[in-house]
Design a binder for this molecule. Structure first.
Ligand SMILES: [Zn+2]
Length: 304
């Protein structure tokens, strides 16, 4: 029960009709989830209802009316074919969706002057990184392995874009995945640093750090293991198929005031630091792009 986010997601994405009673001690997560009912990925099949503040089920009568409108959403993908190893893929990714627009009807958190969830850090920052890396590697024009640049849709409602993407290619062909999430603020160690989720799940982090020897940039292992970030972002789907797929982030998960608020605005980003992070990702990936290094696979039997 101490990992409410993960449980909530499991139930929310379930295909059964469920009635969940949530202990009052979790009432503080209400503002984070109130928008979710309007953002269902597979509407119309089942109903998942959460009741907050009740610990005992006596009798419940739940009446629901759903207004369903379907939208087709797309991942955005660009490919630079590899010169000598075209069937070995290296992926750079981010997600371009966020939480949308808050309104009193939805109950989503907003202020009277601002209802737009810009998502500048989460994850326009990662999307920017993917675009810059695509420009850079296109200019370099020397990638031995194929590079796939992608920005996913529907991350925030359960990683649906990444799930679809992972079904379009053979996971054994994917050598490494750099998923980039929230790199617009300073990490807990300050400038010129970022962390890698699931650092110990493959040796990819060590390869990246070795390639940064002599620079002033450091990749650390994820300092928020209790948050299960390795399983929460778009790297998770491919990681579960054995791909060394990690997320690179600077987000201070215990102290990031704009996280999932309408204040996640461009002005809050440290663009100079972000530029250094993107450059460092490029440098750190060089031996993987060239085919010199191949990260170890993720041992899927050890995953949750
Ligand atoms: Zn995100």
């Amino acid at each position: 029960a101490d990992n409410i986010g993960k449980k909530f997601n499991e139930y929310y994405t379930s295909e059964k009709n469920l009635l969940g009673l949530v202990d009052p001690s979790f009432n503080n997560i209400l503002p984070n989830i109130q928008h979710i009912d309007l953002l269902t990925a597979n509407p119309g099949n089942n109903i998942v209802t959460f009741v907050f503040g009740t610990t005992e089920a006596i009798t419940f009568s739940v009446e629901l009316t759903n207004l369903i409108s379907k939208k087709t959403l797309n991942n955005v993908v660009g490919v630079l074919p590899g010169k000598t190893k075209p069937n070995e893929f290296v992926i750079f990714s981010g997600h371009y969706d966020h939480l949308g627009v808050g309104s009193p009807e939805e109950g989503a958190k907003h202020t009277s002057t601002d209802s737009i969830y810009n998502g500048a850090n989460d994850d326009a920052a990662g999307t920017t990184a993917v675009i810059m890396l695509a420009k850079y590697f296109k200019k370099q024009n020397n990638n031995e392995r194929t590079i796939i640049f992608t920005t996913f849709v529907a991350e925030e409602i359960g990683g649906y874009g990444a799930k679809y993407f992972s079904q379009q290619l053979a996971p054994e062909k994917v050598i490494a995945m750099f998923n980039i999430e929230m790199i617009g603020t300073e990490s807990k160690w300050g400038k010129n640093s970022a962390y890698i989720t699931g650092y110990d799940k493959s040796n990819m982090g060590q390869i990246l750090q070795t390639n940064l020897t002599g620079t002033n940039f450091t990749f650390y292992s994820d300092p928020y293991p209790e948050q299960q970030l390795f399983y929460r972002s778009d790297n998770a789907t491919l990681a579960k198929l054995g791909v060394p797929a990690h997320t690179i982030s600077t987000s201070k998960m215990d102290n990031e005031p704009t996280y999932h608020t309408v204040d996640d605005e461009f002005e809050t980003l440290d663009i100079d630091n972000m530029t250094q992070i993107i450059k460092s990702i490029a440098v750190s990936s060089s031996s993987i792009i060239s085919g010199k290094d191949t990260p170890t696979r993720v041992n899927t039997t050890e995953l949750k």
